[in-house]
Write a protein that binds this ligand. Structure first.
Ligand code: AMP
Ligand code: TRP
Length: 331
């Protein structure tokens, strides 16, 4: 069985871009693989976070993982900072990471300009490589923006293996189907829908109220046409159609033939009904999970124990290969 690993940072609000591009794919993947889903809190502090809010966000994300359909009987969910092997392996990988390769990372440049630079932000991709390599991961489902980081993880695995002997599996990126890998902002379809968007109208959050969802869809940018046509030319309309198709669980083509000829306002009403109905069922599950914090803690305990046990196998090989510490006696 393949091992898949992915993670989301507990910062900002999870939105329908995260859901369509990442979480909904994870739900499918858990059926056919050993799935490990992490809440990457150590990554989150590479930009300033308010401590109380961060703690709250970690549980919010964990509960949302479950609410969208990740099943703890099939997948493992854990909090990154609860397994110190991530930091340990990141340190070892640091020593074989070329400075220049980190300097070329576009996310570092973007986030550095926005939030100010720090060494953690610079080193972010190495910690991400450690996350992935610790679990001998075969595939990493992520959006397109993470491709560059995945390449680094592969490069570091290869470099380590050729210098110290075979320890790591080479992970492959699993980019979601075309279109869904990049859901755009509703208010500016040239920009990616993003947790850190300053314009609240651009992003539909998984925990938005019905009123907010309807308002955001109503105000979503369209184009100069008035009806849906087969050549859904503009980015704005094609983005809304992609969201519709994803929530309907059908291809873009089937959605198009269903919607062809409808006026934009009719279409927006249908889209709003669809998104409201899907998110309200997610929110209902979310509220149930949050009302039973004990069960959530048990899921996170199990995930942590599984993660530590599995990562220790890799870490032992790493320490042996590099010559760190003393030999660990077999028991
Ligand atoms: P982030 O919100 O950047 O922490 O990303 C969490 C996961 O969601 C990653 O796998 C991203 O690639 C994916 N993702 C983030 N924003 C979008 C988007 N607008 N469309 C599709 N996938 C996204
Ligand atoms: N960098 C990823 C993001 O911002 C989050 C992440 C951290 C991750 N470690 C990972 C994703 C390991 C996949 C695998 O979306």
């Amino acid at each position: 069985m393949k091992t898949i690993f992915s993670g989301v940072q507990p910062s900002g609000n999870l939105h329908i871009g995260n859901y369509i591009g990442a979480l909904s794919q994870w739900v499918k993947l858990q059926e056919e693989s050993e799935a490990i889903f992490c809440i990457v809190d150590l990554h989150a502090i590479t930009v300033p976070q308010e401590p109380k809010a961060l703690r709250e966000k970690i549980l919010e994300i964990a509960a949302l993982y479950l609410a969208v359909g990740i099943d703890p009987a099939k997948a493992h969910i854990f909090i990154q900072s609860e397994n110190s092997d991530h930091v340990k392996l990141a340190w070892v990988l640091n020593t074989i990471t070329p400075f220049g390769q980190l300097e070329r990372m576009t996310q570092f440049k973007e986030k550095g300009e926005k939030h100010g630079e720090n060494v953690g932000l610079f080193d972010y991709p190495v910690l991400m490589a450690a996350d992935i390599l610790l679990y001998q991961t075969d595939e990493v489902p992520v959006g397109e923006d993470q491709k560059q980081h995945l390449e680094l993880a592969r490069d570091l695995a290869q470099k380590f293996n050729s210098r110290f002997g075979q320890v790591f599996k080479l992970p492959n990126p699993l980019i979601s189907p075309s279109g869904t890998a990049r859901i755009m902002s509703l208010s500016d379809p040239t920009k990616k829908m993003s947790k850190s968007d300053n314009d609240p109208l651009g992003t539909i959050n998984l925990l938005d109220s019905e009123e907010q969802i309807r308002e955001k869809i109503k105000k979503a940018v369209t184009d100069s046409a008035t009806h849906i046509s087969k050549d859904h030319g503009s980015e704005a309309i094609s983005n809304l159609l992609t969201i519709y198709a994803a929530f309907k669980n059908q291809s873009l083509e089937s959605s198009l033939s269903e919607l062809e000829g409808k006026s934009y306002s009719e279409f927006k009403n249908l889209l709003a009904d669809l998104v409201v109905s899907k998110l309200s069922s997610i929110q209902q599950k979310y509220n149930e999970i949050r009302a039973d914090e004990n069960s959530l803690m048990l899921v996170l305990n199990d995930g942590r124990d599984f993660a530590i046990e599995k990562s220790q196998e890799t870490m032992k090989k790493v320490l042996d290969a590099v010559g760190l510490g003393r030999p660990i006696p077999n028991h």
